[in-house]
Design a protein around this ligand. Structure first.
Ligand SMILES: Nc1ncnc2c1ncn2[C@@H]1O[C@H](COP(=O)(O)OP(=O)(O)OP(=O)(O)O)[C@@H](O)[C@H]1O
Length: 272
């Protein structure tokens, strides 16, 4: 797709962990099942995400990554500890945080443009006033000309681009992405990853991105948080200093190889 132009356009904002936008403090989560059985999903999570930083969260299946995202999105409440967003306890969902999930979950009866504008309607604002902004976002993700298409006319990658626009329409400062490219084929996934970096640098967003892929985790990130198996804890926080703009060719560099090796051994040492 637009691999080369995406690369050229990506400039790294200066991330800062001195100015955390999101902080997890001694966070724990116990789920109580129907039988009363308690499952500890998260245990003593201490982590933060700096303003403009791109942080990836890597960990084995079931370690609590989605739980952590749901807590940060105020979808579920932690049973211990606290979450601070912009320095204040996070108590309810806020339009300053945007979410993108593994499945785009578009409304099949609405056009692409109307799907992007849906959150605006939900907030009681005028979709007409935001239509231009929605068109600009669609152009940003390479979907100019598809405004009036229906979701069924789009590929999986295009649908996920629409979901990204929908999350960006109310201009959140923090974008949380829970395995957003996991359902896509490898090539589309690589393209969208590079494209996301371009959007991130152009729009100056903070991103917290969950993935199972060590490669994706390294290539996108300023910092990788590695989680242990359940109950999830933060096993390591690894700053990634690979130069930007990033591209797939970096996978063959020694520096990338050292990061991948380091992360694999942390995951292995964390009980897998
Ligand atoms: N609603 C729930 N009730 C009971 N247990 C739950 C619930 N949601 C999650 N869990 C348990 O909490 C643990 C963490 O689940 P979570 O979905 O957060 O993990 P994950 O790291 O996102 O997994 P995956 O990578 O497979 O998506 C799992 O053991 C899961 O079974």
């Amino acid at each position: 797709m637009r691999r080369s132009s995406a690369r050229a356009a990506e400039l790294a904002p200066a991330p800062s962990t001195d100015d955390p936008i999101l902080q997890f403090r001694n966070l724990s989560m116990d789920y109580t099942g129907r039988s009363g059985r308690v499952t500890r999903a998260l245990d003593g999570i201490d982590a933060s995400v700096g303003r403009d930083e791109f942080v990836t969260l890597l960990g084995p299946s079931g370690c609590g990554k989605s739980t952590l995202m749901k807590i940060a999105a105020s979808v579920v409440r932690a049973t211990g500890g606290e979450v601070l967003f912009e320095g204040r306890p996070l108590a309810k969902p806020t339009s300053r945080i945007g979410m993108v999930f593994q499945q785009p979950i578009l409304m099949p009866w609405r056009s692409v443009l109307d799907n992007v504008l849906f959150p605006i309607e939900m907030m009681g604002r005028s979709p007409r006033k935001h239509a231009e902004q929605a068109r600009e976002l669609l152009e940003l993700v390479g979907l100019k000309g598809f405004e009036s298409a229906m979701p069924s006319e789009l590929s999986g990658g295009m649908q996920q681009r629409v979901a990204i626009c929908r999350a960006l329409i109310y201009d959140p400062v923090l974008l949380m992405m829970d395995e957003p490219f996991a359902a896509l084929d490898a090539m589309t996934r690589e393209d969208l990853g590079i494209e996301l970096l371009r959007i991130w640098s152009e729009r100056r967003k903070t991103v917290l991105f969950v993935t199972h892929s060590i490669q994706e985790g390294i290539l996108l990130a300023d910092r990788v948080l590695v989680m242990t198996a359940r109950p999830g804890r933060i096993a390591a926080s690894i700053p990634i200093t690979l130069p930007r703009p990033r591209g797939m060719d970096m996978v063959s560099t020694d520096e990338y190889g050292r990061y991948a090796q380091q992360i694999r051994s942390i995951i292995a040492g964390a009980g897998h």
